[in-house]
Design a protein around this ligand. Structure first.
Ligand code: IPE
Ligand code: IPE
Ligand code: MG
Length: 239
């Protein structure tokens, strides 16, 4: 597959993570219900997944539902649960056939309906041997919750305080083998992180775009990668 123009194939990020934001505003601008904005986000998501495959990313992560999104009106929460389940039903076989591994990143023992957990387990199991790209769905995910859960696990194991270090915490993140994102993209013109991958983004490059998520397409991902390739990553060192 050919790399899109203007992108250096030698410096493709290993891991891109996306905050898919702006569905509600997209719908409101059209006089539609907020939930119709979520529905329109499905095409955006799978076009972007195609783009991620074209780029040859190892990991593509998306923020699908946050631990704070439970605050939304019950109808919207119910819609989002069913919608995310529907996405797995509609796309698992297609992703599987393309060599994509589906992973769930989030708190699984809290609030998520059993039926959806079961569906997530099936998709994860069906695709576990795929190696082309890992598609990481951050669902019922919160960065603070993840760190709290990691610390709880360390305490439960009886790890001595002088053995608690960055490696020990990392080992207890939800999916420790996922590398830190090189690039985080947030749509909809909001300049914040909203509790996404807090531990992992310590040195990620951040790209913000005004595009609302339902309008996002692979070209927007490519543009973000071009912007990423202009950056000088120093990790606290000197260039
Ligand atoms: C992102 O779109 C989807 C989720 C948070 C699940 P929003 O629903 O947050 O849309 P806006 O930000 O209200 O426009
Ligand atoms: C972040 O968007 C969560 C997801 C995209 C799933 P939000 O819309 O929930 O974030 P805030 O409320 O604008 O910070
Ligand atoms: Mg939002």
């Amino acid at each position: 597959m050919t790399i899109p123009p203007g992108i250096d194939p030698q410096r493709i990020p290993r891991h891109v993570a996306c905050v898919m934001d702006g569905n509600g505003r997209w719908a409101e601008q059209r006089g539609l219900k907020r939930t119709e904005g979520h529905a329109a986000g499905e095409d955006a998501l799978f076009d972007t997944v195609e783009g991620a495959l074209e780029l040859g990313l190892e990991h593509f992560s998306v923020y699908a539902f946050s631990t704070e999104n439970w605050k939304r009106p019950p109808d919207e929460v119910r819609y989002l649960m069913g919608f995310n389940e529907g996405i797995l039903i509609r796309h698992t076989d297609e992703l599987d056939s393309k060599g994509v591994r589906i992973r769930f990143v989030g708190r699984s023992n809290w609030r998520v309906p059993k039926r959806i957990l079961h569906r997530i387990d099936e998709a994860t199991e069906q695709t576990r041997h795929n190696t082309r790209m890992s598609f990481n769905v951050c669902f019922n995910y919160g960065g603070r919750a993840e760190i709290v859960d990691a610390v709880r696990a360390l305490v439960a194991e009886g790890v001595r305080s002088d053995k608690v270090d960055e490696k020990a915490i990392r080992r207890h993140l939800y999916v420790p083998e996922i590398p830190d994102p090189d690039l985080v993209v947030r749509t909809s013109g909001e300049y914040r992180i909203s509790n996404f991958l807090l531990w992992q983004i310590a040195y990620s490059e951040l790209v913000f775009t005004d595009v609302l998520w339902p309008d996002f397409r692979r070209e927007n991902l490519f543009a973000a990668v071009r912007e990423y390739q202009e950056r000088d990553r120093r990790f606290g060192g000197v260039a």
